[in-house]
Design a protein around this ligand. Structure first.
Ligand SMILES: [Zn+2]
Length: 219
């Protein structure tokens, strides 16, 4: 992990800096186009190789990622490590309210395979890490042992700290500072920077889920 990796990754996802209104209602100063990430597999390959190398010492027998981006990445990392692959699917319960309410379910085909096994959970980008938190809880519920959480890019410290507190190692190819604000506390609004409305564009599904789950003024 170094500054060059972060810069290269941010170029890969067409990162823009400015003042953005996210679907969640939060304002941010960084925008990533995660949908573009897997469009050219050869461009993402060096990052996948670095993440696989970082995960290797954890001696996992499977790699699991939340659909969509996390699962694409999990399959590539599993192939690089020569281990099994599985994924979780996001389900939103009907009742709203509460943090991290989205659930990530493991398809029945994988439940017997993951029991009692050491697993890596991965996502393309982790900020608050709601998709990886949900995947972690689901795997534990099926008797699996998630021992490492990996991401190509870790934004801020909210997600990473959560996993470290749980005794789960965090591996990242790149790390970047990240701030989200409620409109009332946004310093960019205070200084009159024009706001771009980004709802409905491609911040990426898991990242949007993270943004919805973040408490105010988290970084
Ligand atoms: Zn603002």
């Amino acid at each position: 992990m170094n500054a060059t990796d972060a810069a290269a990754f941010l170029t890969l996802v067409n990162a823009r800096r400015g003042h953005f209104l996210l679907e969640s209602g939060h304002h941010s100063q960084l925008w990533l186009d995660l949908d573009a990430l897997f469009a050219e597999p050869n461009r993402i390959a060096p990052f996948v190789a670095k993440l696989a190398k970082a995960i290797q010492p954890h001696a996992v027998s499977s790699v699991c990622g939340p659909l969509l981006g996390g699962a694409f990445l999990a399959q590539l990392v599993a192939l690089a490590l020569g281990v099994e692959f599985c994924f979780t699917e996001r389900v939103m319960p009907r009742e709203s309210g509460g943090l991290y309410r989205a659930r990530y379910l493991l398809p029945a085909a994988f439940t017997a395979r993951v029991r009692n096994s050491r697993i890596a959970i991965v996502d393309d980008v982790m900020s608050a890490g709601s998709a990886l938190r949900g995947t972690f809880a689901e795997l534990r519920a099926h008797g699996a042992q998630p021992v490492v959480a990996g991401a190509l890019l870790v934004l801020g410290s909210a997600g990473a700290s959560h996993f470290v507190d749980q005794g789960v190692a965090v591996e990242a190819v790149a790390r970047e500072k990240y701030d989200l604000w409620l409109p009332s506390g946004c310093p960019l609004c205070s200084s009159g920077v024009p706001l771009e409305h980004m709802a409905g564009t491609a911040q990426g599904d898991t990242e949007a889920a993270d943004a919805k789950s973040l408490p105010p003024a988290s970084s």
